[in-house]
Structure formats: structure tokens, C-alpha cells
Design a protein around this ligand. Structure first.
Ligand code: DC
Length: 286
């Protein structure tokens, strides 16, 4: 059990969004709560809401806003795989992990999973949204790695890392422990409804056209100060989709009992409204 996984995320009121396409902008907390947004899940109700889908569908920002609106905690499982990828790169393990020679690759993968375990990747729940932390050997303490995990080298490496079966088992275990400690949770990723929380009360699968997703990613990268070409990103996203959908363990699939939402032509506000209403209907909150 990690030091950072104690309860501590407070009940927050909703943020209000106006007309931006899903995924284009980070949620902003305006401090206003419209009557339509005032419903939260009663404190005595435990509930897991899963949101899965490919990159660029607006999953992360939608999940964050939905959690705020409903007064639930938020788990970004992509951040956990990104943290593992950052560790692989920063410890110089990528070449051996990617080796075609099993005599090099297999011990490197085993060592890598050990190193990730030792780094004790976890979330600092009192921060909003929770910061992702990992042990830094150099600093001799846990450090936040939010910025590191969003860099292009990590984004390139993460599909390979996310395909490593023992790493996925490690992450799935961690995610279930987190849900045990935070039983009122919106969790987003690729396998949350299918593998990690098959009994979740509400499951969503967000999708969108590849081109729309690439344009959103380009805008996000430019906003973060990186140069980005939509054509190049379309190709990268298609490759990541292929890797995510075709790996043996925890592939990206739409669970049979998931509610599918195509966000291509919806605004951010419309997506959050739709998901929020579906959850409230399922819980029976007016
Ligand atoms: O959602 P994201 O772009 O931050 O995810 C980063 C990578 O991690 C992406 O290639 C898919 C992978 N991932 C996964 O395999 N399983 C999850 N539950 C979450 C993310």
C-alpha cells in the first residue's frame, strides 16, 4: 500500500464549460454551479465509473470534469503506464526491452518490472488533480512526474511499455488497490471496464474520428509549447490504436455492457452532460 493512496480527495463542486470541442481544453473551475450540475452521488454510495477508449477522444478531460461534477475521485491509468515508460527511458532500459534477442529482452523486462515496483508509482491524492509520483534515486525522495510523462519521448515509448504483460499485471493490481481505497471513483484508460473493473456500475466507451482526434492532440501539444503536425499525429495515433487494440493482454475493446459515445461532433460540455446524466440515472439520483 502506498503512502500516497490514502483518502483525501475532497468533494468538489462542478466546473462549467462553454462550447469547446471535447478534449481541446483542460477543465477550468469557474466556481459556479448551475442547477443542472448540482447533483452529486450521495456520500454513502460507492460507485466505480469506467471510461475507456482510444487516445484523443477527450477521455482525460471528460473524466476529470465528470469526477468533479459527481463528487468522485479520479484515476488516470494512462498516467501510470506513462510513468513506467518514463522510468524505462530515464534508467536507460528501453534498448534492451526492445531487443529482438530474448536473452537480452527477457531479463531486461524482468528487471524493468522490478524497477517500476521499487519506484512505487502512486498518486498524491490531496492535489487536484492528483499528482503522479515516483521514487527518485537521485533525490532520495518521491517526486511529481506529471510534466515528464507528457513529453513526446514518453508518448512514443508508452505503447511498447503498455504491451509488457507482467507490467500490466502489476498496474492492474495497483489500480484495484486504489479502487479499494477510493471506492467512489471515475477511472479512465483502455481496459478499465473490460479487465480491471468488470463489475463497474457504469461503463463508458468514448470514440471519435481519427482525424478529429489527431487535430485535438495537435492543439493540446501546441498549447503545451510543442510543435505538432496533424498529419504526423494521425499516423502516430493510428499506430498506437493498432498496438492498443491488438495486444494480447488488456487490449482496447469496447465491453459489451458499455455505453458508447462518439465525441467527434459533440462539445466538451455535451459529453460531460451526457455521461453525468447516464450515471445519475443508473444510480437513481434525480
Ligand atoms: O491515455 P494515455 O494516452 O495517457 O495512455 C498512455 C498509453 O498507455 C497508451 O498507449 C495506452 C496505454 N494504456 C493502457 O494500455 N491501459 C490503460 N489502462 C491506460 C493506458
Amino acid at each position: 500500500m502506498n503512502a500516497g493512496e490514502s483518502r483525501g480527495h475532497t468533494l468538489r463542486e462542478s466546473s462549467v464549460h462553454t462550447g469547446e470541442p471535447a478534449g481541446l481544453t483542460e477543465p477550468k473551475d469557474s466556481g459556479q454551479v448551475s442547477a443542472r450540475h448540482a447533483s452529486v452521488i450521495p456520500q454513502d454510495v460507492d460507485i466505480i465509473v469506467t471510461i475507456d477508449g482510444p487516445a484523443g477522444t477527450g477521455k482525460s478531460t471528460v473524466a476529470q470534469a465528470l469526477a468533479e461534477r459527481l463528487g468522485l475521485d479520479l484515476l488516470d491509468t494512462g498516467a501510470m503506464y506513462r510513468a513506467a515508460a518514463a522510468i524505462a527511458i530515464d534508467r536507460g532500459l528501453m534498448d534492451d526491452i526492445e531487443s529482438d534477442d530474448p536473452n537480452t529482452r527477457d531479463p531486461a523486462v524482468a528487471r524493468f518490472v522490478e524497477v517500476v515496483n521499487e519506484a512505487d508509482v502512486h498518486f498524491d491524492w490531496p492535489t487536484d488533480p492528483p499528482a503522479i509520483m515516483a521514487w527518485s534515486k537521485a533525490l532520495g525522495k518521491f517526486e511529481p512526474i506529471n510534466d515528464r510523462i507528457r513529453t513526446p519521448d514518453v508518448t512514443r515509448a508508452v505503447s511498447i511499455i503498455a504491451g509488457i504483460v507482467p507490467l500490466r499485471h502489476h498496474m492492474v493490481r495497483k489500480q484495484r488497490i486504489i479502487a479499494y481505497q477510493h471506492p467512489r471513483l471515475v477511472t479512465e484508460g483502455r481496459d478499465q471496464g473490460s479487465v480491471v473493473f468488470p463489475d463497474a456500475l457504469v461503463k463508458f466507451f468514448l470514440d471519435a474520428d481519427l482525424k478529429v482526434r489527431a487535430e485535438r492532440r495537435a492543439d493540446q501539444l501546441r498549447a503545451a509549447g510543442y510543435s505538432a503536425e496533424a498529419d504526423e499525429l494521425t499516423e502516430q495515433l493510428a499506430k498506437r490504436d493498432h498496438a492498443d487494440r491488438n495486444r494480447d493482454e488488456g487490449p482496447l475493446i469496447c465491453p459489451d455492457d458499455a455505453i458508447t459515445v462518439d465525441t467527434s461532433d459533440l462539445t466538451f460540455e455535451q459529453v460531460v452532460d451526457r455521461l453525468g446524466q447516464d450515471v445519475l440515472d443508473r444510480v437513481g439520483v434525480a
